[in-house]
Design a protein around this ligand. Structure first.
Ligand code: OOG
Length: 242
């Protein structure tokens, strides 16, 4: 059984040195509750460097993502201010290991309810070699969280359970999906996040952002790629990889 702090340090070092780490394997004896404690310790390294918590993300909320990653349980991770990329902004590939983009819907949480919604892009960057991990391993790695772009916040429309979602790279559509892929209706994401994170003693305070999980599989970011997410009725969010 490897010590929690050692695993957390190894994952933090992989992120800061942009060098993927091997999986910990079954000898590490990781289970899900332990993995969330490691995640907390991994994020504590970021907070110690001055980052601020700004919200939570869900992962593997769609069949497409579960199938892509071979893991079939909803997971959650922590977002910090340093992960925020302005809409239309750039990300430097040199600051990442092997980043991928996925189309999402973001919620602004106030008073325990969804106050606004926005189209979003999540940048995931597994700290494990080849983006391969077990369920506890990806949880320990803060569910691959690396960056996020949020488009313009919108008032909550009457229905967001079946909006078309496109992921475009350089103007070409590379993934097509629907918000229905996100737990059947992305609004469920709030209840799931409250339940899952609450079990870990973490709350969505006023002003928190919640990323509801990808609607389609993720696509690798290549140098110069211009990525745009279009969510029907909500608008767009974009970034450029340099
Ligand atoms: C895990 C994180 C997946 C999502 O939205 O499904 C995720 C991964 O695929 O590396 O964030």
């Amino acid at each position: 059984m490897t010590d929690l702090a050692t695993i957390a340090e190894q994952l933090d070092r992989a992120a800061t040195s942009r060098t993927a780490t091997p999986q910990f394997g079954s000898d590490a004896g990781l289970d899900v509750p332990t993995a969330y404690r490691i995640q907390e310790a991994v994020v504590a390294h970021r907070l110690a460097r001055g980052e601020r918590p700004v919200g939570l993300k869900l992962g593997l909320t769609s069949r497409a993502k579960m199938a892509q990653m071979g893991v079939d349980e909803v997971i959650w991770g922590r977002l910090t201010d340093a992960m925020h990329i302005p809409d239309g902004g750039t990300i430097s590939l040199a600051d990442h290991i092997h980043p991928k983009a996925e189309p999402e819907v973001a919620f602004l949480v106030e008073g325990g309810a969804i106050a606004a919604v926005a189209p979003a892009i999540e940048v995931i960057d597994s700290r494990y070699i080849d983006f391969r991990f077990t369920l506890p391993e990806v949880i320990a790695d803060n569910t691959s969280a690396s960056g996020f772009v949020i488009g313009a916040w919108q008032p909550v429309p009457a229905g967001i359970d079946n909006l078309g979602v496109l992921l475009e790279v350089d103007g070409r559509t590379v993934q097509i999906g629907s918000t229905a892929a996100i737990l059947g209706d992305p609004r469920r994401a709030l209840a799931e996040a409250v339940r899952l994170a609450g079990a870990g003693g973490v709350e969505l305070t006023d002003g928190s952002v919640l990323l509801a999980g990808a609607a389609t599989a993720a696509v690798p970011l290549r140098p110069g790629a211009h990525v745009r997410v279009v969510v029907e009725s909500l608008g767009t969010a974009s970034l450029k990889a340099i």
